[in-house]
Write a protein that binds this ligand. Sequence first.
Ligand code: KG4
Ligand code: ZN
Length: 334
Amino acid sequence: MHPVILAIESSCDETSASVIMNGKVLNNIIASQTIHQKYGGVVPELASRAHQQNIVSVVDEAIRTAGIQKSDLNAIAFTRGPGLMGALLVGVSFAKGLAQGLKIPLIEVNHIQAHVLAHFIDEPRPAFPFLCLTVSGGHTQIVLVKDALHMEVLGETHDDAVGEAFDKAAKIMGLPYPGGPLIDKYARQGDGTVYRFPDSTMPGLNFSFSGVKTAFLYFLRDQKAKNPNFVEENLADICASLQRHLVHMLMSRLEQASAQTGIRSIAIAGGVSANSGLRQALADTGEKHGWQVFIPDFQYCTDNAGMIAMAAHFKYLQGEFCAIDVTPLARMPV
Ligand code: KG4
Ligand code: ZN
């Protein structure tokens, strides 16, 4: 079967490797770094060191569980950016060494494009063109996906990413990092209509989340002045209200984007697409407007090499390889 590609992801705090064979992702090995929890956020230097420690065993496991030999590989793919420079360097260097040793080509992958292309790992696959709301710890974008390798950003955040808003709000409440999944968990037991937060107005299809974070900080400060146990006593309702608000901000722009473009094939991608409130809202809004909705499998929402492998497959078919002296990019447009 052809092509067989090994993909490596190391842009943030997940060391991951995946083998794709003829467009089918065979595995998705992920070593998550837990060291960052005690610091309340990803510490770049520690992320690089953990990638160094994990990368050999993660790649070996991907090769082994795919039932192949390294000599079966036709190309090595890696995340070029965007991401943390020191973290990216580990994956890029490893990929270069392996590609040179095996005398096979290298494929560079844009991490944000790969989040979108995670939709092609499993059925049902969206037809082009479609809109994708990419929501992660580093990005919040509405992307017009013209084909696998051509995407246009229609709107994006002007400050914090929505995942950052979840994580920072969680930190303010004293929850451990990453707080997004915890807010989601507590929100399931709460009433999202109890507390209200201000919406920020941004031109066009753009977002701003830094105002929500500040409003949330002052809201808790004022409430805690009246009741020091406010957070503990109302955690579920606070989480549900905040989540409902953030999801509403995302969904209102997405509805606007669909109305403007006339595209009713709508996908979500990135770590925050694991959020149950967002998934439900997308399903409900989709039903209201007759959208065809695409929600990725949980394992392909947060950072993973399976999506890098999928993107690499498309690039391989187009003959898009890169030079051995390629360097990582902390910032990389879609
Ligand atoms: O895509 P991702 O793994 O890494 C980046 O490229 O940033 O996204 C991580 C982000 C974090 O902010 C995390 O809190 C958020 O995704 N996240 C969630 C949930 N699961 C992950 N946010 C809200 N609800 C969730 N269930
Ligand atoms: Zn990501």
